[in-house]
Write a protein that binds this ligand. Sequence first.
Ligand code: SF4
Ligand code: SF4
Length: 344
Amino acid sequence: MGIALAIYYITPWIRWDRGPNLPDQAVLVDIANRRFFFFMVEIWPHEFYFIAGLLIMAGLGLFLFTSAYGRVWCGYACPQTVWTDLFIQTERWIEGDRNARVRLWNAKWDARKWRLRLTKWVVWLLIAVLTGGAWVFYFTDAPTLLRNLLTGNAHPVAYTTIAILTATTFVFGGFMREQICIYACPWPRIQAAMMDENTLTVAYRDWRGEPRGKIHKDEPTRSDGGLKGDCIDCMACVNVCPMGIDIRDGQQLECITCALCIDACDEVMDKIGKPRGLIDYMALQDETNERAGQPPKPLLRHVLRPRTLLYFTLWAGIGVALVVALFLRSPFDLNVTPVRNPLS
Ligand code: SF4
Ligand code: SF4
């Protein structure tokens, strides 16, 4: 979350000296002059194939990572996830941990509840404004635009864009959260076609955890010759899940592979003195092997397989072609010279 947010907010403020009469913003979509600047690279409309190539690479990259690691994009890098995480973190700072938030939710609207809620909404709104504000800085010189925005002299399009992005960030990150992933985003439906029995996803070792149930201190579980499984039914994995699902029910469309349930369960296993990994990154094939008492396949053999190698080859091929095309570009020179004694 920190890395993704830092890249988004800081990038428009990086300066890059290109010489006189050229903008010094490292990353700039200069719509007015129909140019795109990315550090030392400058792309003109007739070179749009570079952008097309980058978009194809982004698509193939998504295929590559999804077939190897499941929905890592959704769990770690998607703006909806990143901003929802930030909003949840803010909520936690202001209203307290989950139990405190549940108590606040059920409490009547007294002064304390109003104070906490209003503080949270104001902070969310501030984050939303900064998010919308950062976006417009990518399209014109950031320091100049900031000055114009603050003095009321910016173009109405800038204010409108900021207003729209502020509203969407506030509503999507603060209130709709997982509903966007489940009902509005097409990616969960498409990704199923890219995953197979070798894809690593988050899974629960039910053969180790079941039958679940509370255990007394020092009560043996099945791994120590007892009757119960290692899952003590503490619900920690369910409580941390941003999608509101129970991974113990098996793989579900809603799971964004964020691995928060792995961390939560590992903490519980540490406390009760059981091995970590009751919930873990696992491929479907490993589940079958482990149930049969066989060791799981080495991680590299899950990642390096024909499908991922094909995606990588295509991805890298396009990348190399773009770099070669970039260095083979010849600048266009135009000389205008006077002609002496022209024929009339
Ligand atoms: S966190 Fe682990 S022990 Fe607790 S309910 Fe989830 S799977 Fe069971
Ligand atoms: S089930 Fe686990 S990995 Fe999946 S979304 Fe919930 S917390 Fe994240």
